[in-house]
Design a protein around this ligand. Structure first.
Ligand code: NOJ
Length: 577
């Protein structure tokens, strides 16, 4: 039977809140949440940096896309040494992004559109411009002001060696020595990231109380949850012991990292869970949620963060790092589902974010078994096969959006944006580039402003031609207006996937592998209360014929002339009517 292709349908905006839903399933267990990186999404005032009014003005795009919620990376007061992850005031908006009133307007507009808002909370560290750190610098060793951070004496006869051998995730030592108020060399403070990001001391009850209050501040303004930055880092091993010799903090297995995944972090999250639950409304699907950014392996350790009395979600970065190989993908999905099943939590799938090379580019390189974590790419590095990367990225997204659980999307992936791999080095702003002594190019390549309208200056990012990172010429043809309503465009593919995912109840379904398609094909049946959906992801060279009794509901790329699913393509199949 010849298959009927329905992947070219235009979206029904009103339909996004329709479709079957299960009143027993809290919204976050199968939500699709879209990450907006405020610097780069939409610029209302034309200064070349995105802002909150810009985001509000473009929220319709997300309603039409069909996501459930939006996660906003930090927009708080900050000197922007780490693009806002260096927070100077957790309770205010940085002037480059707008005002608190702009934040309120954004939340209100999102709620009007049926979109929930998740904001970032950065509890591991503050900016060195935060009043607490400024007070710590002005106060003597041993003072309560210093006790909010991790100040220690140096080692060696003159105290001129760092207190331990930890390194910053951005390169270089994780300790910086200060000058005391009399000008003499003094104590050292810990910063797991940039020197401008001193770590808070989570053994201090004052730190707990302060962050509780910050959570309440944003909950009272109506936000629907928090993504927790460096969620595995708050509590350090007692005594701040050295790591192993020749220690490279950023690249060790979690079990060897004395700064990560210590048992005490779980007490923090039990307390936070109780706090957010105060904001729930009995009988209404209004849970406020907590999602961990925790680079923790094995997955059994990560699953502890989503035990019933802790967080709601935790990104599955092991899936993000899985190469485009059938055995690796199958194992990654199985392990991901098994780990959270142990604790009764949904899995949280993700393929791209503001810290990693976009998956449309990652998958354009040769794939090898194991974990794939590509660092920032420069013009003199090997370049990806862009067409192959996009084809695989579309197939990977179609696979991910079929999986039970929730999923996060990163801005621009719905346009098929590749990483900007040829940025001039002088344009780079990620502190990684400087701190690594120009050995690691960092994350600017995935943070380039979004193209909205191909024929406007800055491709419609803002009203001027300004853009804080230069946009590649290739972004013009990928602009949203070039894809809107265009059959086969990546934007229309995402819309179709999200609509069908909702209609078929895939996020709340259960997965069973199906035999008979060969080792190069992932064949999975997702059964929900609506019925079964068969998902085929073909990673082999031979096209896979569609079984006679099924029809293609959505497919990530063109079928072959005789209706088979070709290589690097995912199809969702339904029983014919
Ligand atoms: C993780 C964030 O995603 C990243 O962008 C940031 O640099 C570090 N945490 C430090 O806050």
């Amino acid at each position: 039977m010849r298959t009927r292709v329905r992947w070219l349908m235009t979206v029904n905006v009103a339909g996004m809140s329709g479709g079957p839903s299960s009143s027993q399933t809290p919204w976050w267990r199968n939500a699709v949440i879209y990450q907006v990186y405020p610097r780069s999404w939409a610029d209302a005032d034309g200064d070349g940096i995105g802002d909150l009014p810009g985001i509000t003005a473009r929220l319709d795009h997300l309603a039409a896309l069909g996501v459930d919620a939006v996660w906003l990376s930090p927009f708080y007061t900050s000197p922007q040494h780490d693009a806002g992850y260096d927070v100077a005031d957790f309770r205010d908006v940085d002037p480059i992004f707008g005002t608190l009133e702009d934040a309120d307007a954004l939340v209100a507009r999102a709620h009007d559109l049926g979109l929930r808002i998740v904001v970032d909370i950065v509890p591991n560290h503050t900016s060195n411009a935060h009043v607490w750190f400024q007070a710590a610098l002005a106060s003597p060793p041993g003072s309560p002001e210093r006790a909010r951070y991790l100040f220690r004496e140096g080692r060696g006869e003159h105290g001129d060696q760092p207190p331990n051998n930890w390194q910053s995730m951005f390169g270089g030592p994780a300790w910086t020595r200060i000058a005391e108020s009399d000008g003499t060399p003094g104590q050292w403070y810990l910063h797991l990231f940039d020197t401008s990001q001193p770590d808070l001391d989570w053994t201090n009850p004052e730190v707990h109380d302060e962050l509780d209050d910050v959570l309440r501040f944003w909950l009272d303004r109506g936000v629907d949850g928090f993504r927790i930055d460096v969620a595995h880092g708050l509590v350090k091993a007692e005594g701040l012991p050295d790591g192993p010799a020749e220690f490279d903090s950023a690249n060790e297995p979690t079990a060897l990292q004395p700064m990560f995944d210590q048992p005490g972090v779980h007490d923090v999250y039990r307390r936070w869970r109780r706090l957010v639950e105060e904001y729930g409304v009995p009988g209404e699907d209004r849970d406020r949620i907590l999602c961990a950014e925790a680079w923790v392996l094995p997955l059994e350790s990560l699953a502890k963060y989503v035990r019933p009395d802790e967080l709601h979600q935790s990104f599955n970065f092991a899936f993000l790092m899985t190469p485009w190989l059938p055995d690796d993908l199958r194992a990654s999905i199985d392990e991901g589902l098994a780990a959270v099943a142990e604790v009764g939590a949904p899995q949280t799938w993700v393929l791209s974010n503001h810290d990693v090379v976009r998956h449309a580019t990652r998958l354009g390189y040769p794939q090898q078994p194991g974990h794939l974590r590509i660092e920032g790419i420069g013009a003199d590095d090997p370049q990806p096969d862009t067409a192959l990367g996009l084809r695989r990225a579309r197939a990977a997204t179609a696979l991910m959006l079929a999986l039970p659980g929730s999923a996060y999307l990163y801005q621009g992936e719905e346009l098929g944006l590749p990483e900007a791999t040829q940025l001039p080095d002088e344009a780079r702003q990620d502190p990684t580039w400087e701190r690594s002594g120009h050995t690691s190019r960092g994350r600017d390549g995935c943070r380039v402003p979004i193209p909205w309208e191909a024929d406007l200056p800055s491709y419609g990012f803002g009203p001027s031609g300004a853009s804080w990172l230069p946009q590649p010429e290739a972004y013009r043809e990928l602009a949203a207006d070039r894809q809107d309503g265009v059959d086969g465009s990546t934007l229309e593919l995402y819309r179709a996937l999200l609509r069908l995912r909702r209609e078929r109840g895939l996020g709340r379904g259960t997965l069973t592998w199906t035999d008979g398609y060969g080792p190069d094909v992932l064949a999975l049946e997702i059964a929900s209360d609506v019925g079964p959906t068969l998902v085929l992801t073909n990673l082999g060279p031979e096209p896979v014929p569609v079984p006679d009794h099924l029809e293609v509901a959505v497919v990530s790329g063109p079928l072959t002339a005789d209706g088979a699913v070709p290589t690097d393509t995912t199809a969702w199949l339904l029983s014919g009517t």
